[in-house]
Write a protein of this length. Sequence first.
Length: 367
Amino acid sequence: MIRYLFFLLLISSAPLYSHEIKPAIVDITILEGKASIEFKLNAETILSEIDASVYDDTNNSPQFQKYDELRSLSASEIEKLVLEDKFNFLNKINIISGGEDVGLVLNKVTTFEEENSELPRNTILNLDLELTDSSFSIQFNKKLGPVVIRQFEDSTKETALLTTYLQPGEKSPLLSNQSQSTAGNTIIEYLILGIEHIVPKGLDHILFIIGIFFYALKFKPLLLQVTMFTVAHSITLILASFNLIFIPAAIVEPLIALSISYVAIENIFQKRSTLLRYLIIFIFGLIHGLGFAFVLGDIGLNTGQLVLSLISFNIGVEIAQIAIIILASIIFIIPSRQSWYRAFLQIPISVTISMIGLYWFIERIFF
């Protein structure tokens, strides 16, 4: 009965409404002593003075009403506000070249329309920089949140020289026309990205892993479930990263929430491992892999080291998942041997997880 209800809900999934604050993307090209910078960000977040280093969702910030008012404006109105407040934007970017601060020139502001006012939209600032030295570093105000810097060989953006992920307020490495990401740097950066996507940012994925854990503490069924999940999400992560498949976030994100609720509910009513359970975990893994791909889609893979960055991100995800299972095992290994374990821990925790998943499912559809 539970499975039938689940798949009825799955079929009826509606569009996702999200106020998530994504990392700003900075694309840089350096040619003949001049740097061209394309700064893609959510302008409404800055105009409403939301601290993106603290909040990853505009609904959670005290300024959410101001943000919503700005989001209801047309793209041309946002462009006008950005131009009127351009020094506020420019002062949040600190460029140092040859030991001196270098000023930026704002050439153009473009805000892209998004018909669904509940979804964030992008604004691109086209900036120019006259270099006083062959290299420069860039640092963004902490309130802008995390920033991804991508340096390209030329304006076609076909060849990436460097991709780096800056934590809020972090200073970039030196950038020049000789910039090049080393294999070691790529591995470390994308490994950290993969870990951070699960811990601490991926609470939905964490709860799914815990839901798998509480199904059975025995090593073999736990290993089989985790293996099925890992293989499945690796498949869709790779396919989506190479643009071989695409399913909108409007479908994927509610299904991720629903998968959390389902595995937790099944923990309550199903006591033995079944082939169908493993198949369902595999299907859910395919869905979660698409969720992982959205993160890489926002950040971008290092095109110069495409496979290496993809593998490193995936390994980071696996490291985080294994850490969650190890920690849960340490906490629950002794209680699991007690007669009261199922009644007082396994079932209550599974009920809690299922309710959280169901709440997220409803929120991601209707709010």
